[in-house]
Design a protein around this ligand. Structure first.
Ligand code: NAD
Length: 264
């Protein structure tokens, strides 16, 4: 069990959903965000922090022995916003970790790192990135930083290419990409407790029927997702009429692959 876990992005969708599940993983949790995180359990403290502020991020990491880095821009946005939160912010986080005893990091990367692979292709962690957005490019940056910081400084990290972590799948794409938050929490527990993590890349999906991603290279983590999108399958397919020629349907990244430049 961790002594003190830093959770960035604690006010976000995933941050709110996973907070109650961290109790068995860490004695205390520092819940950081630029906005208030809401009601707190006794073992959780709120820390206001702008990820682009290097000194503030460094202070967050003092006394921490594990980091779940969810904070940042989570959709396609103009480049300057992504630059501050995802590129500078992630750099600040890794630098803070390097200077404060190298606590293990779980970095919330994204399936949008490989969003321009087609849905009829199968990709593993060794596939070259094919980002579908500026947002996806920022996650490629984060994974590259994680690779550098492990090879050069021994900073261990799980680059977790989250599929779709929501209470339930909402469309046919999410039948393949859905990740139940309980499965995410189990994966975090595996990543924090495995004897050697190195820099590992894994796709974050539950035990869904339709599978685009191959996690065999990360089998040593011992993670076995227990939930599946299958119970929503019939309902979702009955309510959907997709155009197979639409780029948002052809590519794994969905609407991110189909959208234009965010500043046009
Ligand atoms: N939810 C998913 O399905 C999904 C899929 C792929 C990747 N991810 C990644 O997982 C993480 C969490 O996703 P989410 O759905 O909870 O996103 P979210 O947008 O709901 O939450 C992100 C949080 O980060 C905070 N944040 C943004 N910019 C910040 C800054 N400059 N400084 C400090 N905090 C800042 C926001 O206030 C917000 O609370 C994100 O990094 C996202 O890119 C999520």
């Amino acid at each position: 069990m961790l002594k003190h876990l830093l959770l960035t992005g604690a006010a976000g969708g995933v941050g709110q959903a996973i907070r109650p599940l961290l109790k068995t993983m860490a004695a205390t949790v520092g819940a950081a965000d630029i906005v208030p995180v809401g009601a707190l359990r006794p073992h959780v403290t709120y820390q206001a922090c702008e990820l682009a502020d290097r000194d503030a991020v460094s202070r967050l990491i003092e006394g921490v022995d594990g980091i779940l880095h969810l904070g940042g821009i989570s959709v396609e946005q103009p480049f300057d916003a992504i630059l501050q939160a995802n590129i500078l912010g992630t750099y600040n986080l890794f630098e803070g970790a390097r200077h404060h005893g190298r606590p293990r990091i779980i970095f919330a990367s994204s399936n949008h790192v490989v969003g321009f692979y087609r849905r009829d292709e199968r990709v593993d962690a060794s596939a070259p990135p094919r980002p579908d957005s500026l947002y996806g490019v920022s996650k490629v940056f984060g994974e590259s930083l994680a690779s550098l910081y492990f090879d050069k400084f021994g900073q261990e990290c799980l680059s977790l290419r989250i599929g779709s972590c929501f209470p339930q799948p909402k469309n046919p794409r999410m039948l393949a990409t859905w990740l139940a938050v309980e499965d995410l929490a189990d994966l975090c527990a595996c990543a924090f407790s495995v004897p050697r993590l190195g820099h590992t890349i894994i796709y974050g999906m539950s035990d869904n029927d339709e599978v685009w991603w191959d996690n065999r290279a990360a089998a040593f983590l011992g993670w076995k997702p227990q939930r599946s999108s299958s119970r929503w399958r019939d309902e979702i397919l009955a309510a959907t009429n997709e155009d197979p020629a639409d780029p948002a349907v052809i590519y794994q990244g969905g609407g991110f692959a189909g959208s234009g430049h965010p500043e046009d």
